[in-house]
Write a protein that binds this ligand. Structure first.
Ligand code: FAD
Length: 369
């Protein structure tokens, strides 16, 4: 029996794929789908999110993006639910002249890496997306990037697990239970009614507790706060994801099929603070409005702050971490994108990519064993 600790997009994906391949699985989470996965925008955009120092992450992202069409189709079939998975690409936009110079440089870097992008003038940007501001200077279109609604993904994963009889225990894990050096199970927080704190034994514990994974296994995983808002419009304002630099400050807008428009996101190092602040929302709206003036007319549907699980090198921790313990965590700002790849790596596929994510890179002698 595999015990999956954490029912965010990562833990639920792992549980679903393992169950599909015939394994016995239990998910343990006091509030499944409530963590970073609930806040996430759902961009599957390794090309438009590329950064100068993160080529290994780009390799992971591209491999994950390739797996998304089959992952989405199988999940929709297993759950009977639609994911709003869309493939119209992502536009990186520049607002001021400094932003345009930075985007030119980024486009040259993308060319050097052989990434499939198309440069656009301001006018071409507006032809593709008529709601963009006249002051948008230009852009780069990554036609292969995609996006999905993460809340629909986790709902579909929970439905697929229910259909295949996988139990989801709504309890909190307080610690890993060891026998000598091996992890043999988990201890649960006392039950509210009986006060009993149970131990659940398993053949393997898969730790997928997002930003909370660090505390459970002494891992270098820290929370990075992201504030994000969901707006509602009677009909979709954009046809594709739009990311932009507005005077050096990044912002993105992600449209859903039902008219929802997601505007995100801040990146703040404030520990486990999940307060939504006036300043955070102000900055998002201020920058979003520069790119798409119509956003201020929309109804606010939802505001939220989530905690991205971040590692020191921004790469996830996927794979064995001593006897009885496997990690699937540390996905930082790409956990939705990387979920299909995470499950593949845990099932022994893509050996060279698995090496990039190996938890051994942070394992010092005696740790995790
Ligand atoms: P989580 O979703 O945080 O799930 C962890 C789960 O563990 C929770 O359900 C929690 O209840 C449970 N848990 C915690 N402690 C315990 C315990 N002791 N016992 C049992 N269970 C426990 N990624 C993308 O790919 N594309 C995006 O566009 C994107 N946008 C983002 C925008 C924002 C604002 C944020 C915050 C994140 C974004 N991300 C995005 C990143 C993505 O959300 C994360 O990488 C991903 O959700 C991590 O998934 P997870 O399952 O590891 O963690």
């Amino acid at each position: 029996m595999d015990l999956i600790v954490g029912g965010g997009v990562v833990g639920l994906s792992v549980a679903w794929r393992l169950a599909r391949s015939g394994a016995r699985v239990t998910v343990i989470d006091p509030a499944p789908a409530s963590g970073a996965s609930h806040a996430a925008a759902g961009m599957l955009a390794p090309v438009s999110e590329v950064s100068y120092t993160e080529e290994p992450l780009l390799r992971l992202g591209l491999a994950a993006l390739e797996r998304w069409p089959a992952f989405a189709a199988e999940l929709e079939a297993d759950s009977g639910l639609a994911l709003d998975y869309r493939t119209q690409g992502t536009m990186d936009l520049a607002f001021g002249s400094d932003d345009m110079a930075a985007l030119e440089e980024l486009a040259a870097f993308m060319d050097k890496l052989g990434l499939p992008v198309r440069r656009l003038t301001g006018r071409e940007c507006r032809r593709l997306e008529p709601m963009l501001a006249p002051s948008v200077r230009g852009g780069v279109l990554a036609e292969g990037d995609a996006w999905v609604d993460p809340r629909r993904v986790t709902a579909a994963l929970l439905a697929a697990l229910e259909r295949s009889g996988v139990p989801v225990e709504r309890r909190r894990v307080t610690e890993l239970v060891r026998d000598g050096t091996a992890v043999v199970g988990v201890r649960l927080a006392p039950d509210e009614k009986t006060g009993a704190g149970d131990v659940v034994l398993g053949d393997r514990v898969v730790l997928a507790a997002g930003a909370w994974s660090g505390g459970l296994a002494g891992l270098p995983v820290r929370p990075v706060k992201g504030q994000i808002m969901r707006l509602r419009s009677p009909s979709p304002l954009l046809g594709r994801c739009v990311r932009g630099m507005v005077h050096g400050s990044p912002v993105y807008l992600v449209p859903r099929g039902d008219g929802e428009l997601v505007v995100g996101a801040t990146q703040e190092e404030l520990g486990f603070d999940t307060r939504v602040t006036a300043g955070g929302l102000y900055e998002l709206l201020r920058d979003a409005r520069e790119l798409v003036p119509g956003v201020t007319e929309l109804q606010v549907a939802d505001i939220e702050a989530g905690l991205r699980p971040c590692t020191p090198d921004n790469l996830p921790l996927i794979g064995p971490y001593g006897p009885g313990l496997t990690l699937a965590t540390g996905h930082h700002r790409g956990g939705v994108l990387l979920s299909p790849l995470t499950t593949a790596l845990l099932q022994g596929e893509e050996g060279d990519l698995a090496a990039l994510c190996s938890p051994q890179r942070f394992q010092t002698a005696g740790q995790g064993s």
